[in-house]
Write a protein that binds this ligand. Structure first.
Ligand code: SF4
Length: 858
């Protein structure tokens, strides 16, 4: 048991803090040269939705000399528990504290995660400042991801940053750290080694110089290391991509197989940071995408595959790809999703593919309310094209459409703001297949980002954005439209940090010391703490939001995205001239990202067309089915799962097992898996039940074998029995469960107290619940209670009408245990008790079996 395990039942979603996933890497720590940990400065659910971090995790673990683990920002309750109990934050796989690792790599995807970076280091027992880690065995701290394009506000805390694609560089960094460690060299030598890796920015080799509060120079301190060129992977098809991705049990925000179909974008939206720092566009071939989808789905049991790209609809073979995926997987009830679609070019194939996913609502991002302003930002579509797309969406049966807009864009006028309202009105007047649609509007403040043509622009202040909000609120009033605003104060902070300089490190540290965490979560955001931290650091946030002189020194000047400053300035001029720059696949305009030798846009040859795609007919579900009851054990960390997690786990395990499961009827059929009563969270079990309806009879042993092969560690199929198809569900026949409770060292159950309790007629306790307290007679729920010679407590609890009781409550109230003592108990559900046995006949079998006794599967 690891120290962190002691507190897991004090926190929400404890499964976040252990590696419960199938396909997680487990290695012998003594057999590897390098122990790495990929840390994500947000919750497990958010971090696990990030493809880049997951890709690097598998890539590093492909090497037998590396064990790469994971850590996520602990939620506030976990942080409180860790600090209270003085337990260091540990990695999910081994449970070892972060401080013992050789290398920790942070994904920096969002500036508002910076205080979480510091919190992860602090809870891991690692000094925050790189300068404090100069001596001693501290992990090397590396950052990567979009924020590494201007990492200066975090420069004081990191040893190095990777700017650009990580597939090759991550291994080179790991090798450099491993060699440095083996050689026992000083930290200065590590910095030398890292700076020799293309794409790696070592902040200690650059020194910002300020005059009168302004940055006037970023001095390069190491000869021949004055610019760090972004690392670019020329070809995606030959690049590493995981074929056996992690299959999470705790539900991530994006819970599906993710296949990256293209990197980079050729459209050139002038506000878009990713559009610049991932240039040029590189497409993955249809064959490769189909292959990765196939292996990912088989390895995880997911029922959805998402095709990821900055603009998925722009992939040259998108129609062919969708057709291939639908043909191959629709019959096995896999849907295909495309999270990023443009207003133009929405094909029938795309709409049909999206129809395979639950119709929650369709999203389009016009970004600006008038064609004029869209020309400024280089969004090249007309109002007529937007209306035509919306009409097609409604004709395909969608009833709700969400429209994304930015406010505070350069050159924005009142007319542009009114345009937002007008567009929403026009679209909501369209009539679709299902009648009048619902149109909602989502508005966020424009944030000028480094390396974009708008990097010199002013950002609208909180006051200005509030004025715009008021104005639009007035314009929208009485129209019954749902309008959602991004918090202007959060845009303010993102703006300060994204174009910030190294001095901001003191403010990030100050905000962290003031208790800031999860700044990207509006309910946790406290602007006043940031205002105070900035003031303490002697910094005026307004200077970071103000327009920059075109010739000024910028904090990120030493980081070279490939795209030249001259080109960015020319694009800015074109923005002010309201001139569109076309898609660069139609003709290169020499932005500088390509060398036209190794690095060039990689387009796949046009595929087999993009005509209408109809969904294949699904075979109707047969009326007859074969019912199998499975008894299984849930041990170790699997006891930390809630019922929804267990449902998800089994749904996917059954798919991975390739069992011919029967589905419910309807547009979104669900597998027919019925669950028996679950034990309380934290209780292990040897007596869990599910019923499976299969459309083909299989030997019981084969069902058990296949399930076992598909289960993650900690779940074991104990018994599989076939039952008559209309048998009563397990919940109708179970009338009690037996539990064993083992006390921790130093705690003993008192036999006399057990007997006193059994002698009572009643013992009414109060159960505290979110929905209100309630009273329950504990005595009537306890069938037997016995303290064994080995110190364990055995209890049999009745399942009755009305509220049940948990074994923890029995131990607490009968023996007067404190909450801490109750938490330290090791509880296992040993067996289920069933109502009276009766003979059952199995279809097609000339035998009679009696259903009876505890712990039998039927
Ligand atoms: S160099 Fe040319 S082709 Fe390459 S990304 Fe820039 S504009 Fe596009």
């Amino acid at each position: 048991m690891k120290p962190q395990d002691r507190i897991l039942d004090q926190v929400t979603t404890p499964g976040r803090y252990r590696a419960l996933e199938l396909n997680a890497a487990r290695k012998d720590p003594d057999a590897v040269k390098l122990r790495a940990c990929l840390a994500f400065p947000d919750t497990y659910e958010v971090g696990m939705s990030h493809l880049g971090a997951r890709l690097l995790y598998h890539l590093l673990n492909e090497q037998d000399w590396i064990w790469c683990e994971r850590a996520y920002a602990p939620w506030r309750d976990m942080e409180d528990a860790l600090r209270r109990e003085r337990i260091p934050l540990s990695a999910l796989e081994s449970g070892d504290p972060l401080a013992i690792f050789d290398l920790i790599g942070f994904s920096l995807t969002y500036e508002l995660g910076y205080t979480n970076v510091l919190n992860v280091l602090d809870l891991g027992g690692i000094p925050l400042l790189a300068a404090e880690r100069e001596d001693g065995h501290w992990p090397v701290i590396i950052g990567g991801g979009p924020c590494a394009s201007n990492p200066e506000p975090m420069a004081d805390f990191f040893d190095a940053f990777l700017f650009g694609d990580g597939e090759e560089a991550a291994l080179e960094i790991a090798r450099a750290v491993s060699d440095w460690k083996a050689a026992g060299e000083p930290k200065s030598r590590l910095r030398e080694r890292l700076s020799e890796i293309p794409g790696v920015y070592v902040p200690a080799f650059f020194q910002p110089v300020y005059k009168d509060g302004r940055l006037i120079e970023v001095k390069a301190l190491k000869p021949c290391y004055d610019r760090v060129r972004r690392r670019i992977l020329p070809d995606l098809d030959s690049a590493y991509f995981p074929t056996r991705p992690l299959a999470p049990v705790i539900e991530p925000v994006h819970d599906r197989v993710m296949v990256e179909i293209a990197r980079g974008c050729a459209r050139g939206c002038r506000f878009c940071h990713a559009g610049i720092i991932y240039r040029p566009v590189r497409e993955r071939s249809t064959t490769k995408v189909l292959e990765l989808a196939r292996s990912g789905l088989a390895a995880t049991g997911y029922e959805e595959c998402s095709l990821l790209a900055l603009s998925a609809g722009d992939h040259g073979c998108i129609g062919e790809m969708l057709l291939g995926l639908i043909r191959e997987h629709y019959g096995s009830r896999v849907s295909v999703s495309l999270p990023s679609l443009r207003v133009q070019g929405l094909s029938d194939a795309m709409l049909t593919a999206i129809e395979t996913v639950r119709k929650t609502g369709f999203t389009l991002a016009p970004e600006a309310g008038t064609e004029r302003l869209r020309r400024v930002i280089n969004k090249d579509f007309t109002e007529a094209e937007l209306m035509a797309t919306a009409r097609r969406v409604f004709d395909h049966g969608w009833r709700t459409l969400k429209l994304y807009f930015m406010v505070g864009l350069p050159t924005e006028t009142e007319e542009d703001l009114r345009g937002i309202v007008r567009l929403a009105d026009m679209i909501s007047r369209l009539k679709g297949a299902q009648g009048r649609p619902q149109v909602s509007v989502s508005l966020s403040g424009f944030i000028p980002k480094p390396h974009t043509p708008f990097q010199w622009e002013a950002q609208a202040s909180v006051e200005r954005l509030t004025e715009v909000q008021e104005f639009l609120r007035g314009e929208f009033s009485g129209r019954g439209r749902k309008v959602k605003w991004q918090d202007a104060r959060m845009s303010w902070l993102e703006g300060v940090l994204s174009r910030g300089d190294r001095r901001l490190g003191a403010a990030v540290l100050g905000a962290f010391r003031r208790g800031r965490r999860f700044d990207g979560w509006s309910e946790h955001f406290r602007q006043e703490d940031w205002v105070a931290a900035l003031a303490d650091a002697g910094l005026d946030p307004a200077t970071y939001l103000a327009a920059r002189d075109l010739d000024s020194v910028l904090p990120w000047d030493r980081l070279d995205p490939g795209v030249s400053r001259e080109w960015l300035r020319a694009e800015r001029d074109r923005a002010y001239a309201e001139t569109i720059s076309p898609d660069c696949r139609e003709g290169c305009f020499e932005c500088g990202a390509c060398d036209h030798d190794l690095v060039d846009p990689r387009r796949q040859p046009a595929g087999a067309g993009d005509g209408p795609v109809s969904l294949p007919e699904r075979r109707p579900e047969p009326e007859t089915f074969f019912l199998f009851r499975v008894r299984y054990a849930r041990r170790e960390e699997m006891r930390l799962l809630g019922q929804l997690d267990v449902t998800r786990l089994f749904t996917r395990a059954v798919r991975r097992a390739g069992l011919p499961i029967r589905y419910s009827q309807g547009f979104h059929p669900m597998p027919r898996i019925m669950f028996g009563p679950s034990p309380p969270l934290g209780v292990a079990s040897e007596a869990e039940y599910i019923d499976l309806e299969l459309i083909r009879r299989m030997p019981e042993a084969e069902v058990a074998r296949r399930l076992q092969a598909a289960f993650p560690s900690g779940i074991e199929a104990l018994e599989v029995r076939e039952l008559p198809p209309r048998s009563a569900p397990i919940s109708a026949i179970v009338n009690g469960f037996d539990y064993s409770v083992t006390p921790p060292d130093g705690l003993a159950f008192d036999r006399r107290r057990a007997q006193q309790f059994l002698d009572r007629e009643t013992l009414v306790i109060t159960q505290r619940r979110e929905k209100g307290d309630r009273e329950v007679d504990l005595r009537s729920r306890v069938k037997s209670l016995e303290v064994m010679d080995d110190g364990r407590l055995l209890m049999s609890l009745r399942v009755v009408e009305g509220p049940g009781v948990r074994p923890q409550e029995v131990a607490q109230h009968v023996f007067g245990l404190s909450e801490d003592e109750v938490r330290a108990l090791a509880i296992v559900r040993l067996a289920a008790r069933f109502k009276e046995a009766r003979p059952v006949r199995y279809p097609g079998k000339n035998e009679q079996v009696r259903r009876a006794g505890p712990s039998r599967a039927g």
